[in-house]
Design a protein around this ligand. Structure first.
Ligand code: HEC
Length: 156
């Protein structure tokens, strides 16, 4: 192999390593442990989720089709505890700017709470819903946000 080809290969490998290390580390909201996406409900490793792991921004925010799917998933999986309009019931409201876990105001933080769970009845959601479905639910929650826009960290 020519030297130039080798250099190009080495450069490619270095770039790939940088891309991999640029991936965000997601942490459990209570324990701080790194979340592992290898387990849980299958089918969630979509293009949108791949982008999200790199950018920390939910690509489905403002995507009407995703918001509609998220709405229907929310009604099945979350509304029993959080209320139909996410106004709060057994669990806290999810469409305002008060957060028990302030990280919920960012997309990464909200995903961390959903995937890994919080305390008591707020169990991890990864067995029920895959990563892509969680992003859809998140986009629905952002779409019905009623809090102060200045506190909408996910928009920044
Ligand atoms: C069995 C009832 C139950 C279900 C089902 C449930 N939750 Fe929760 N959720 C709770 C409770 C109770 C809390 C408060 C836990 C805590 O403070 O640690 C909570 C907390 C949360 C929080 C943190 C809120 C904050 O103010 O920081 C988020 C976000 C959340 N839930 C989203 C969801 C979503 C989205 C779903 C559906 C995928 C869901 N939950 C399903 C009961 C539930």
């Amino acid at each position: 192999m020519k030297r130039r080809t080798l250099t190009a290969l080495a450069l490619g490998a270095a770039l790939a390593a940088t891309a991999a290390s640029a991936e965000i580390t997601f942490r459990h909201a209570i324990t701080g442990e790194t979340l592992d996406f290898e387990y849980g409900k299958k089918g969630g490793d979509t293009e949108a989720f791949k982008k999200f792991k790199q950018s920390g921004k939910n690509p489905y925010n403002t995507d009407k089709a995703a918001i509609d799917k998220g709405h229907s998933l929310y009604l099945t999986a979350c509304s029993g505890c959080h209320g139909h309009e996410a106004e709060g019931k057994l669990g806290p409201g999810l469409a305002d700017d008060y957060w028990t876990y302030p990280r919920g105001a960012t997309d990464v933080g909200l995903f961390e709470i959903l995937w890994g769970g919080a305390q008591g009845m707020m169990g991890p959601q990864y067995t029920n819903l895959n990563a892509d479905e969680l992003l859809q639910i998140m986009s629905f929650l952002r779409s019905i946000y009623k809090g102060d826009p200045a506190k909408a960290e996910w928009l920044k």
